[in-house]
Design a protein around this ligand. Structure first.
Ligand code: C5P
Length: 301
């Protein structure tokens, strides 16, 4: 985060779900989740400018982003995050929000949530509110299920409908934990999250081994073990309903990834690779016909 007077610039990372267990349907219509989430080095860059003379919130997005895809300004998650900050802390100032968008919109990589989390963290600094991270996470839960995890940052265990978030390793990174390299790919179709959850028909997957195996793979940076431990309960339904997504996963597998998984509710998929050089080989094999990018996970704590 870089501050220059009334302007703050920050990177808002995308996320992947290395595991996503659906434990059942809740009375409020949401689903009870248990998921290991990690941010990755694909980011949107946010520039937040405080406008002390007026309280309006404005949004610009670039470059080359289809404005119809980000929806009406007042429904945009980043703007709603700023409004929540204004209301909660009675702020008599406005903000200009500019988002340099790199995370695919509606792609299961938490792009909208990343921007909202960035606005909460950025305005907390810009307006010198000094609110603790836990309080911003609670605010984020009202905006979307992935926002608290991205406000927290690092490798987290996400539970409930997404609002219960804790660091996978507490506040201290395990020694020797270097994270993973992976290739993200997106077939350019939309899988609306509510539809994907509505179609979920899987049985209960409360298996302690899913959580345990992935946590220990991350702890010792064992990418082969992590590839074996990948799990997403939404994947079978998405592959069945959206053949382009299944096809993209098959392409990543054929290009040599160690393990491939749907991210969140899709449509993006990711493939774990051994290291940067292996990732570059996979990228070359994928060619230019499919949107893809080589990234690494952000530090775990
Ligand atoms: O909270 P968020 O806006 O990200 O959720 C989008 C939709 O995904 C919800 O309206 C709901 O249909 C579905 N969802 C769910 N259970 C969750 C998270 C999301 O059913 N834990």
């Amino acid at each position: 985060m870089v501050r220059a007077g009334s302007v703050i610039t920050l990177e808002a990372p995308a996320k992947i779900n290395l595991t996503l267990e659906i434990l059942g349907k809740r009375p409020d219509g949401y689903h009870e989740l248990r998921s290991i989430v990690m941010p990755v080095s694909l980011t949107d860059t946010l520039t937040l400018t405080s406008t002390y003379a007026q309280t309006a919130l404005t949004l610009t997005v670039g470059p080359g982003v289809d404005a119809t895809k980000i929806g009406a300004v007042d429904r945009n998650l980043a703007v709603r995050a700023a409004r929540l900050m204004q209301e909660r802390y009675r702020i008599n100032a406005g903000a200009r929000i500019h988002i340099h968008k790199r995370i695919p919109i509606g792609g299961g990589l938490g792009g909208g949530s990343a921007d909202a989390a960035g606005v909460l963290l950025g305005l907390n600094a810009l307006w010198e509110l000094a609110r603790p991270r836990e309080e911003l996470m609670a605010l984020g839960a009202d905006l979307g299920s992935d926002v608290p995890a991205l406000v927290h940052g690092g490798a987290v265990l996400m539970e409930g409908r997404g609002e219960r978030v804790s660091g996978l390793f507490g506040d201290r990174p395990p020694a020797g934990c270097e994270g993973f390299w992976l290739v993200l790919a997106n077939p350019g179709v939309m899988c609306p999250t509510p539809d994907v959850f509505r179609k979920w028909r899987g049985g209960l997957t409360a298996s302690p081994s899913i959580l345990h195996n992935m946590t220990s793979s991350i702890r010792i940076s064992d990418v082969s073990a992590a590839a074996d431990a990948l799990y997403n309960g939404l994947q079978p339904g998405v592959f069945e309903s959206y053949p382009d997504v299944a096809q993209t996963a098959a392409q990543l597998q054929e290009a040599g990834c160690l393990g491939v998984l749907l991210s969140g509710s899709g449509a993006s998929v990711f493939g774990l690779v051994r290291d940067e050089v292996h990732g570059q080989e996979v990228s070359r094999r994928l060619g230019s016909g499919l949107w893809h990018v080589l990234v690494r996970t952000c530090p775990v704590v």
